[in-house]
Design a protein around this ligand. Structure first.
Ligand code: AMP
Ligand code: ZN
Length: 114
């Protein structure tokens, strides 16, 4: 999608602080971090949200979610813990309509989330 911000980041047309890349998935630091470590993990393929994940190739869910602990390990947050969030739709506060997994870490977090 040409007018999608995260597609543009995946294509390298918009700069981002990329921390992980493979052929299906890319991870980069959130521009407005909500924790000392705040990384977004996205599929290169444009999917608006988790609701479209079933239309992707069978191995995409595994590629996306196995990248998460790998990135967390690389960021040095596995031992203390990290939170994984996927906002889907308006009530959840999704702002960018390209599926992205938030990895948040580096501070204690409350539950339930706001
Ligand atoms: P969400 O509310 O789940 O859609 O989250 C969108 C996230 O994208 C927010 O945490 C934003 O700070 C982040 N974001 C927006 N633009 C950029 C960008 N150019 N580079 C990195 N992160 C971004
Ligand atoms: Zn996109």
């Amino acid at each position: 999608m040409s007018d999608c911000l995260f597609c543009s980041i995946a294509a390298g047309d918009i700069e981002a602080d990329v921390v992980y890349e493979d052929d299906k998935v890319i991870g980069f630091r959130d521009i407005n971090p909500q924790a000392p470590v705040h990384i977004l993990v996205i599929p290169r393929q444009h999917l608006a949200s988790l609701n479209e994940l079933e239309s992707a190739a069978d191995d995409l869910p595994a590629s996306l979610f196995t990248a998460v602990p790998e990135i967390a390990r690389e960021a040095g947050v596995v031992e203390n813990g990290y939170r994984v969030v996927v906002n889907n739709g308006d009530d959840a506060g999704q702002e960018v309509e390209h599926l992205h997994v938030h990895i948040l870490a580096g501070r204690g977090m409350g539950w339930p989330p706001g």
